[in-house]
Write a protein of this length. Structure first.
Length: 197
């Protein structure tokens, strides 16, 4: 969805996952700090996440706007972002929430299977292989990623509920929340987001 909206508005998608990988590869002080944390498998603290995002949003391609993906994930991050944007004369115009039933999220992620040989992705519910456990393309064996197991997905959802979901209330109070029914096709969802924006 972020890619579709970004193309429509001609502004960049700022994905924190991508930034972290890129920042870690830079030989700056911040880059070394981030690489150290990632390599140690540590949680990246709010202060560093915020610093990295500010740094990215200061680049010229963000001058006419941007879409944030994967950030903010905590109230502290949202507050710091708002403060910093205000100091540069900017603000967040909209926060989009895609409502998908928890049952459906668990089912979508935990039914993903990948071919060991050619890496093609299947979904045992929505896109099953012709022969159970075997890749249609190369006959390779299908496997499940460790972070796609039902238990891990449930843990990721628990972290989301505790740390990220409070942001919906936060942005509701600022009257910029857009709630979208996410149980539909990609095209239906993106045309609704575009029309509301
Ligand atoms: Zn295959």
């Amino acid at each position: 969805q972020t890619k579709l909206i970004a193309a429509d508005k001609n502004i960049p998608v700022i994905s924190t996952g991508d930034i972290f990988r890129k920042t870690a590869a830079e030989s700056t002080e911040l880059g070394k700090k981030v690489a150290g944390l990632i390599n140690a498998g540590s949680f990246v603290p709010d202060e560093i996440v915020i610093e990295v995002v500010k740094n990215r949003l200061s680049k010229p391609d963000c001058a006419n706007g941007f879409i944030l993906d994967g950030f903010p994930r905590t109230l502290k991050q949202a507050e710091e972002l708002e403060k910093w944007l205000a100091s540069t004369g900017k603000k967040i115009d909209a926060a989009v929430v895609l409502d998908v039933e928890e049952k459906s999220i668990i089912q979508r992620l935990s039914s993903r299977k990948i071919c060991k040989v050619c890496k093609k992705e299947y979904n045992t519910v929505t896109l099953p292989p012709k022969k159970d456990g075997i890749c249609d393309l190369c006959g390779g064996e299908l496997f499940q990623r460790a972070d796609d197991t039902e238990d891990t997905v449930k843990h990721r959802l628990a972290v989301y509920k505790e740390q990220t979901r409070p942001l919906i209330e936060y942005y509701k109070k600022k009257n910029i929340i857009i709630e979208i029914d996410g149980n539909r096709t990609v095209t239906a969802i993106s045309s609704e987001i575009k029309s509301v924006l």
